[in-house]
Design a binder for this molecule. Structure first.
Ligand code: SAM
Length: 266
């Protein structure tokens, strides 16, 4: 599926929930968020059917994200439904890793190929301060479980303020080297102010290469993370929403005043 700027939109990111078991200070307010009502959240059948139509239209890469995807009940069933769709060559998940020890084997068995795990510091106290509720040892165990389950390559997403030479990032870099993990440095972004930059070690943030469409947990299809444009897949119908999103993908991101990372998935 080519857009107006000849970019091949072959990558769908699906946020399956706005709920999260962490409260990373740069992502979610400490007091929490007003959660989407359950009836607004897309069912697994709706997500799988939407994905099937997206694949019919050229999508080959799918990433499951959130909120925290592992807090949605029965997530492995959704992975199984998506992995049954012929034509997907890369099926991945972005997770904070806290629950991964419990789920890694069943996710792999359901057909998940690989995971990206978010880790901004390896210091247990700083991790707790950053995430408010997190125990870093659960994440370390989750990373180990992902590797053992064969969810490879395991990639680490490390959010930095300005530079990968910050103390916290240096610690994560060392940990990744010692454990043979790929790392990507993501500069902290601001959707409302339109502050974004390229992801070091990844492909995000370079608008000329952007091949993504993003589906929110309540069924809004967004052609760009840094834009207010979105199409309601339930109101419009799945195929029409895909066509409209592809046709209106901006050449470059600007600002997003309607969403936050926790409801689009980063
Ligand atoms: N809960 C999952 C996780 O922690 O990976 C998936 C959702 S989370 C919103 C996806 C990614 O977005 C994470 O790697 C997170 O660090 C990143 N993220 C969240 N807020 C961000 C911000 N303001 N700037 C840059 N990255 C951000």
């Amino acid at each position: 599926m080519l857009d107006r700027f000849n970019r091949n939109l072959n990558y769908l990111r699906i946020s399956v929930t706005d709920r999260c078991n962490l409260r990373c200070s740069y992502c979610m307010p400490e007091e929490g968020i007003i959660l989407l009502p359950h009836e607004e959240i897309l069912s697994y059948d709706e997500i799988a059917e939407f994905t099937r139509i997206a694949v019919d239209n050229g999508v080959t890469k799918v990433r499951i994200t959130g909120g925290e995807p592992l807090v949605r009940k029965g997530i492995s069933a959704l992975v199984g439904m998506i992995s049954d769709i012929k034509g997907i060559t890369d099926l991945s998940m972005t997770t904070n890793g806290v629950l991964l020890k419990q789920y890694a084997d069943e996710l792999r068995a359901a057909g998940l190929h690989r995971v990206n795990i978010s880790l901004d510091t390896i210091d247990p106290e700083k991790f707790r301060a950053l995430t408010l509720t997190g125990n870093i040892y659960n994440v370390f165990e989750g990373i180990r479980a992902a590797r053992n389950a064969g969810l490879l390559p395991v990639k680490i997403n490390c959010v930095i303020k300005e530079s990968k030479n910050e103390e916290a990032a240096l610690g994560v870099t060392r940990y990744c080297e010692e454990n043979n993990l790929e790392i990507r440095y993501i500069k902290q972004m601001d959707l409302v102010k339109g502050h974004f930059s390229t992801v070091e070690g990844g492909t995000g943030g370079d608008c000329s290469l952007c091949n993504r469409l993003r589906l929110t947990a309540n069924g809004k299809l967004k052609p760009c993370l840094f834009s207010n444009i979105e199409f309601d897949i339930r109101e419009l119908g799945f195929e029409k929403a895909i066509m409209l999103a592809a046709g209106s993908k901006p050449e470059c991101g600007s600002k997003n005043e309607n969403n936050e990372f926790y409801n689009i998935g980063g």
